[in-house]
Design a protein around this ligand. Structure first.
Ligand code: AMP
Ligand code: ZN
Length: 487
């Protein structure tokens, strides 16, 4: 399988060839941890999780290393601590916990490494010292600055010259800077602000150096892919390249650069003042399941701007519901298909291999659903990070479950006014159906199962089957008197 990726550095779609097939290495810039992640922040998470999953599929799960950092030293965090009077570590720990909860809900795998910047201060200091020694940085007034003019290729990633960038950027002019473009590697900390002892006094790192230091420590001086949102291309990624290439001139730093385009909401840039600013948690709490959010994201190619709309979410939910119904029916009417044998199809792997064409991959999902091809559907959904087991459970309206030991697992009575007696009755029927199904799987004769299912449906009971057993749920048209036919 040939993987092709659009490399921001060359502005071309290139055949991807890893430096080492046994250790494919990816680094992605992660969040600054002072608040809940918003739905724009979740876009790179889903995009690069999909890339991670594709790479694991193609090269083997143990042959891919994915590092994504937590920026836990930053002036926004300091400001939050000052506002709230809370210790910084409390804020960053809590935010990291939230981040994990929210991104788990989107089906994102945890990266192999999730380094916190504050754990790599020593590595940053070493790197800065090296840059000063080689003339690429200088210390001035408690600060250390990177000498941008000392790096010939500065601006190559975004395709702009230093002079163009000066004209377009809000560069901070400061008396201690040799050149307005020079950026901060280290700065002094006042009392009450986090800081570390360094050769340049008590202080803290600038933002960019952390990714250069952490990627070097975890992945080495040359690695395969560096990712992040397009907003990071300049200055953050230009600065990372300048630092890393000057500190390790024999390495190539990242071979391929990938940038996801920005997310908007209902056609507008997300902003608090427009009232269209949402965190991932907001959406989850408003009732959009994580699988719906993920499916909406996968519908747009990562290189294109993406619009979050309620309408798209409704469509995705409809698709997931159809998938759930199909998976459930298929289990009921056919001998159980063992999902362990499910594999993503070549078509889906090929779509993802072509610069992560996730929307084409979703087209195949619709096709397998139409063809009622359970193994292709299950295998391909799994590769896309959409867990079929969860989809089946979550998207079949209410759940009145009978677990494998025959006892009610989950009961939701609010939607239907049924009595305890009927509940018990349905439980018994569930156990009976499960027994019938188990023997039918041996004899391959499903006629009794079908007859019972028909009678249950006539009584207004929804029927679902899973590996764990049978679930029966009285629907809106439930008529208890018709259960008598089943005696
Ligand atoms: P931050 O915490 O602001 O550094 O952002 C974390 C990640 O989210 C970075 O990779 C950003 O590029 C990305 N990001 C921020 N806003 C958006 C957005 N509206 N759409 C897509 N990605 C974004
Ligand atoms: Zn970074």
């Amino acid at each position: 399988m040939t993987i092709r990726l659009t490399n921001t550095k060359t502005r071309r779609k290139e055949v991807f060839e890893p430096i080492n097939r046994d250790r494919v290495q990816i680094y992605v810039c992660g969040p600054t941890v002072y608040d809940r992640a918003h739905i724009g922040n979740a876009r790179p998470v889903v995009v690069f999780d999909t890339l991670f999953r594709l790479m694991r599929h193609v090269y083997g799960a143990d042959s891919v290393v994915y590092a994504r950092n937590f920026t836990d030293v930053d002036d926004k965090i300091n400001a939050r601590a000052a506002e709230t009077g809370r210790p910084i570590r409390d804020i960053t720990d809590e935010t990291i916990r939230w981040y994990h909860e929210d991104m788990d809900a989107l089906g994102a795998l945890r990266p192999t490494h999730e380094p916190r910047a504050t754990e790599y201060i020593g590595a940053m200091i070493t790197m800065i010292e090296g840059l000063i020694e080689s003339g690429h940085a200088y210390a001035a007034a408690g600060h250390v600055l990177f000498r941008v003019r000392s790096y010939q290729d500065y601006g190559a990633l975004s395709g702009r010259s230093v002079d163009d960038m000066i004209a377009g950027a809000r560069v901070e002019v400061a008396p201690y800077k040799e050149d307005p473009m020079d950026f901060v590697l280290w700065k002094p900390s006042d009392e009450g602000v986090p800081g570390w002892d360094s050769p340049w006094g008590y202080g803290r790192p600038g933002w960019h150096i952390e990714c250069s230091a952490m990627s070097y420590e975890l992945l080495g001086e040359s690695f395969d892919i560096h990712g992040g949102g397009l907003d990071l291309q300049f200055p953050h990624h230009e600065n990372e390249i300048a630092q890393s290439c000057c500190a390790h001139p024999h390495g190539s730093f990242a071979r391929v650069w990938m940038h996801n385009e920005m997310l908007q909401v209902e056609g507008k840039k997300m902003s608090k003042s427009l009232g269209n600013f949402f965190t991932v948690r907001d959406l989850l709490e408003q009732g959009y399941p994580g699988e719906v959010i993920r499916m909406v994201y996968l519908g747009t190619h990562y290189g294109k701007p993406m619009d979050w709309t309620h309408e798209k979410a409704v469509q995705a939910e409809g698709t997931l519901r159809k998938i759930a119904l199909f998976l459930n029916e298929d289990m009921l009417t056919k001998p159980m298909v063992d999902w362990r044998y499910a594999r993503p199809t070549d078509d889906v792997v090929e779509a993802l291999s072509n610069d992560l064409n996730t929307s084409l991959a979703l087209t195949y999902i619709h096709k397998y659903l139409k063809e009622r091809n359970e193994l292709a559907l299950v295998g391909s959904l799994t590769l896309l990070g959409l867990n079929p087991e969860i989809i089946r459970e979550k998207f079949l309206s209410f759940s009145f479950g009978i677990a494998d030991n025959g006892f009610a697992k989950k009961t939701s009575l609010s939607s239907w006014g049924s009595s305890e007696v009927n509940l018990q009755r349905i439980e018994e029927l569930g156990i009976r159906l499960d027994t019938l199904r188990l023997s039918a799987m041996e004899t391959k004769d499903f006629s009794k199962v079908d007859a019972m299912k028909t009678a249950l449906l006539a009584a207004g009971v929804e029927v679902r089957m899973s590996k764990a057993g049978v679930e029966l749920m009285p629907g809106p048209g439930f008529d208890a008197s018709k259960l008598e036919a089943l005696d």
